[in-house]
Write a protein that binds this ligand. Structure first.
Ligand code: 5AD
Ligand code: FES
Length: 348
């Protein structure tokens, strides 16, 4: 197995079968994998960890992803949307705390027309011209993506969720198609965004083969950012009885991704922090180099629940930031006050 790990380190890729064996390696091998991934992270980005201020601005969604707690048909979800002023106030507060990237994340909420989104982008960029703005608002037409980009949006996060078409159809209702998801990702890249894709680890019906396909897709797509975290069941979804994804598998995948794409921006996600009290730190030690604390107003945080028991739903942003700095310093890293653009210029 050490041969495979060496090969991955040196060539930055593996065959599908080799990836599948690596996913099932021993704990000792996983430690070797982690060690090399940490080394790669330091080679690429030093000891800097980048922070992104996450603003969950609406939990109203027209989509019905089976795994997601804010899906359209969840009648138990208390819905909210933030006003433009509230969103700007989150950015102002975030700026004072040292954030230089804001992520506007929301469900696919028809209230937010292209005009409204463009208005938000323009006012945030005007207030904070030295900041990067990331959108994470789902599947849109190429024209909409282009408009947002032309208004000043820099980056876009849209997890591909799974690179296996059949698996995709088990996670989503008919009408949400694998082809459209892929179309969105390629459009975003083509328009010139820094793009993030990603998937859940341990989602229902996922096999090792699916994961190997995810890794090979990511290698081919060569995005600037990759979001992965464990699947965590939500009580009001039809996946409520499926097991959660594991810490160990998520960490292995983070390390493999760091070795496949040395310069990618890779967050230690909130979902990882939710399944383990030191999940963020463990994620960074496995190769992650981004954290995305919540800047949304505290009173809405619990309502944005994609999965159960989400962490950091009760703290003020400032408390969150302090606790995060301490955690990151405890593992020998530091928070960078910068936009934290990717060193991967991609094939843009
Ligand atoms: N567990 C973990 N992650 C989830 N997401 C949605 N629902 C869940 C869940 N139950 C992830 C999806 C989505 C991102 C915003 O959150 O991958 O793309
Ligand atoms: Fe739309 Fe989850 S189904 S955000």
């Amino acid at each position: 197995m050490t041969d495979l790990i060496r090969k991955l380190y040196e060539t930055q890729t593996l065959e599908k079968d080799e990836l599948i064996s690596l996913l099932n390696c021993s704990a000792d091998d996983a430690e070797e994998l982690r060690r090399l991934a940490e080394q790669r992270r330091i080679e690429s980005y030093g000891r800097d960890i980048f922070i992104r201020g996450l603003i969950e601005f609406t939990n109203i969604c027209r989509q019905d992803c089976y795994y997601c707690g804010i899906r359209k048909s969840n009648k138990n979800c208390e819905r909210y949307r933030l006003s433009g002023e509230e969103i700007l106030a989150c950015c102002d507060e975030g700026y004072d705390l040292g954030f230089r990237t804001f992520v506007l994340q929301g469900g696919e909420d028809g209230y937010f027309t292209d005009e409204k989104i463009c208005g938000l982008i323009e006012s945030i960029k005007k207030a904070h011209p030295d900041c990067a703005l990331t959108l994470s608002i789902g599947e849109k037409s190429r024209e909409s993506y282009k408009r947002f980009f032309d208004c000043g949006a820099d980056r876009y996060l849209l997890r591909h969720e799974t690179a296996d078409k059949e698996h995709f159809s088990k996670l989503h209702p008919e009408g949400q198609s694998f082809e459209n998801r892929m179309r969105c990702l390629y459009d975003l890249k083509d328009i010139g965004y820094q793009v993030g894709c990603g998937f859940m680890v341990g989602s229902p019906y996922q096999t090792d083969e699916c994961l190997a396909k995810d890794l090979l897709f990511i290698k081919k797509f060569n995005p600037q950012m990759i979001g992965i975290g464990p699947f965590i069941r939500h009580k009001d979804t039809k996946f409520k009885d499926f097991p959660d994804g594991t810490l160990e598998m998520t960490l292995r995948l983070l390390s493999i991704i760091r070795l496949m794409l040395p310069k990618v921006l890779l967050p230690a996600t909130t979902a990882l922090a939710t399944i383990d009290p030191r999940g963020r730190e463990k994620g960074i030690l496995a190769g992650a180099n981004v954290v995305m604390p919540n800047l949304s107003p505290v009173r809405f945080r619990k309502a944005y629940s994609l999965y159960d028991n989400k962490v950091c739903t009760g703290e003020e942003s400032a408390e969150c930031k302090n606790c995060l700095s301490r955690r990151i310093e405890s593992i020998g890293c530091r928070i960078a006050v910068s936009r934290g653009d990717s060193l991967n210029t991609g094939n843009r």
